[in-house]
Design a protein around this ligand. Sequence first.
Ligand code: ATP
Ligand code: MG
Length: 235
Amino acid sequence: MAILEAQSIIKQYRQYDTVVTAVNRASLKVEDGEFIAIIGSSGSGKSTFLHVMAGLIRPNYGHVLIRNNDITKMSPDELNRFRGQFMGMVFQKHNLIPQFTALENIMIPTVMLNKDEYHFEEHLKKLITTLKLSDRLNHLPSELSGGQQQRVAIARAMINRPQVLFADEPTGNLDRANADEVLDLLLQTRELIGQTIIMVTHDLSIAEKADRIFRMDNGELRLYRDRDGRYMDIK
Ligand SMILES: Nc1ncnc2c1ncn2[C@@H]1O[C@H](COP(=O)(O)OP(=O)(O)OP(=O)(O)O)[C@@H](O)[C@H]1O
Ligand SMILES: [Mg+2]
């Protein structure tokens, strides 16, 4: 069953009298539990498309269905609640709050949830152990390395056990060894939940670990490598 379906998404940015078509009729159907990577050159529209699918930007045209709920039709309040319940996001710039400790940053998404129904202590422990953050919880972001900050951002995105995790260059500012480690930890963390991942990356060796790879070119999305490892013939 498809957990997410993006249908003919168009997103244009207007600046003065110029219009940039950042996403041009992009469609994507993602199966439950799939790991999708989106590659493409800088400015090709990857972040914009990811933000539309994650409900952070409204498209000019097209629909995004998550478990058959059309998020493009939801009111801002409805969408906020839905996002808090089903979706997690790791941003291109990690967006940690500088005055909050690592632990406080991780806990931000739980503020919106009903604590009587949602018990996160056990999950929090597992996340922190898997992401190797146990001895860094009381540090401020400025006191953490780039890789540690990224792991905090991943823990924050995972704390609500989202069914779909969106990640925008989660390993972007890390060196090879750290990038591989953060991805491994992300995939291990995913096994705690069994969730779907949609990840933007310019790192092909990271993208290769996905079930399918798509490529964004000038706002258009095309399949680049299928589930059986076959590469498509795209110029
Ligand atoms: N808020 C905005 N206002 C105007 N134009 C924007 C805005 N955000 C993005 N754009 C433009 O839309 C296009 C796609 O940008 P986007 O950030 O989606 O690309 P990207 O593929 O994520 O690039 P990168 O790999 O550098 O992160 C670019 O031409 C960019 O300049
Ligand atoms: Mg981007």
